[in-house]
Ligand binder design. Structure first.
Ligand SMILES: Nc1ncnc2c1ncn2[C@@H]1O[C@H](COP(=O)(O)OP(=O)(O)OP(=O)(O)O)[C@@H](O)[C@H]1O
Ligand SMILES: [Mg+2]
Length: 391
């Protein structure tokens, strides 16, 4: 008969489970409340969270189950959660040697979705603007962060060209609003068409400010429009928001998938989850409803199958989608019956269905403020670029 696994072996295995927010193992953080070893190798582990609506609950669920299942003599792992009481939180703060647990404006955001693709021009920004408007139209509280600091296009898509966001009394930037969506973009702070050079520390600082110093308020979804490719911005965001998920945009032809796969690989490397794939420019639908497969067929589905994630939508090429992006009111608002608008609304419903209800429960701060922040820009060689206009 097989040896029974011991509690100390299980606790040992749990040292592999790291709190992405606090960068320490849940054992070291005294978050393993209880380990029960049942008959037939069934193990119950209870993990204490800092708050009930903790958005990284899924991460703990998965990592605890993985770590414990790997032990000999374990047949099944049940992961349960409870919440640290005030005294335990105080002890945790003591342990972390800081006055308070990290807090950011994003503490109140339910889900973060990064819209990415390996290459440019596949419709990331158009889909981001329309998806956000569709989510808002379905009653969700939504924000859009335009993280394409070089090629920002979100302001134009919401008709927010010439405005500048106000700064609140608390010295936070107040996002502009359009179609019920809170919008933030570097485009609000630079002269039109001005070339802005963003490099390492400056870029990091600007993105951090967008996440920390913007008064997002409670949101169900924050959509982040990524620049093309798999560069610095994605890396920085992944570091700041370890629980964000990726939505990969591809076009239908096989060569495009290869490129899109690269961003999927990057997401995996950064341990970010992939929520799904959207195939864009999926055939052309004429105003009379006739369909032509201009860019071929099937690419979105085969990428989704390969990544083992859902295909959230196939969005056809339609002239109105482009025209409305240019005119500043998303198509899903102006003409929800357009085939592209319908496909995007379908994707929005899919994303809602996949997102655990956040209710109004305050959640663990999302912002992953490291104790070892990068050297301040003043110490490093001063990069060309600009800072956002606040404290
Ligand atoms: N399904 C579609 N039907 C018609 N036009 C589309 C569709 N999707 C995108 N477009 C148009 O294609 C162009 C590129 O789209 P968009 O700017 O959204 O792509 P992107 O991936 O964000 O590009 P970049 O990588 O430069 O940020 C835009 O003019 C947009 O209006
Ligand atoms: Mg774009």
């Amino acid at each position: 008969m097989q040896e029974m696994v011991t509690e100390s072996e299980i606790r040992d295995a749990l040292t592999a489970v790291i709190d992405p927010e606090l960068h320490r193992s849940i054992v070291e953080l005294d978050m393993v409340r209880e380990v029960k070893i049942g008959g037939n190798g069934v193990i119950d582990v209870t993990v204490s969270l800092t708050t009930a609506g903790c958005p990284i609950r899924g991460h703990f669920q998965k990592s605890v189950a993985e770590a414990v299942s790997a032990l000999d003599g374990v047949a099944h792992v049940n992961v349960y959660f409870d919440v640290l009481d005030d005294a335990q939180k105080a002890a945790l703060r003591q342990k972390l040697q800081r006055g308070s647990l990290p807090e950011g404006e994003l503490a109140q955001v339910g889900s973060v979705l990064c819209i990415g693709s390996g290459k440019g021009g596949v419709g990331k920004s158009t889909l981001t603007a329309n998806l956000a408007a569709a989510l808002a139209a379905q009653g969700k509280r939504v924000g859009v962060l335009d993280a394409d600091v070089w090629g920002y296009s979100i302001p134009r898509m919401y008709g927010l060209g010439a405005q500048r966001p106000p700064v609140s009394a608390a010295r936070k930037i107040v996002p502009l609003q359009a179609q019920g969506v809170k919008v933030m973009s570097i485009g609000f702070f630079v002269e039109e068409d001005a070339a802005v050079v963003w490099r390492g520390p400056m870029l990091h600082k600007a993105l951090t400010q967008f996440l920390q110093d913007v008064e997002w308020g409670p949101l169900d979804h924050l959509l982040i429009d990524l620049p093309p490719g798999t560069g610095d911005v994605s890396m920085t965001l992944a570091q700041l928001l370890p629980q964000s998920q990726f939505v990969i945009v591809t076009t239908p032809q096989p060569t495009a998938q290869k490129v899109a796969r690269r961003s999927a690989e990057m997401a995996r490397k950064l341990s970010l989850e992939i929520a799904g794939v959207i195939e864009n420019m999926s055939g052309f639908t004429t105003p009379s409803g006739e369909r032509f497969q201009i860019f071929g067929e099937g690419g979105g589905q085969s990428l989704a199958d390969e990544l083992d994630v859902p295909l959230l939508a196939k969005v056809p090429l339609t002239m109105p989608l482009r025209e409305h992006a240019d005119s500043g009111v998303p198509l899903v608002i102006e003409d929800p019956d357009d085939p592209a608008a319908q496909a995007i609304a379908h994707a929005a419903r899919g994303l809602i269905a996949m997102t655990p209800a956040t209710a109004s429960a305050p959640s663990l701060p999302m912002l992953n403020v490291t104790e070892h922040a990068p050297a301040p820009a003043a110490v490093a060689a001063k990069p060309a670029g600009m800072s956002l206009p606040m404290a």
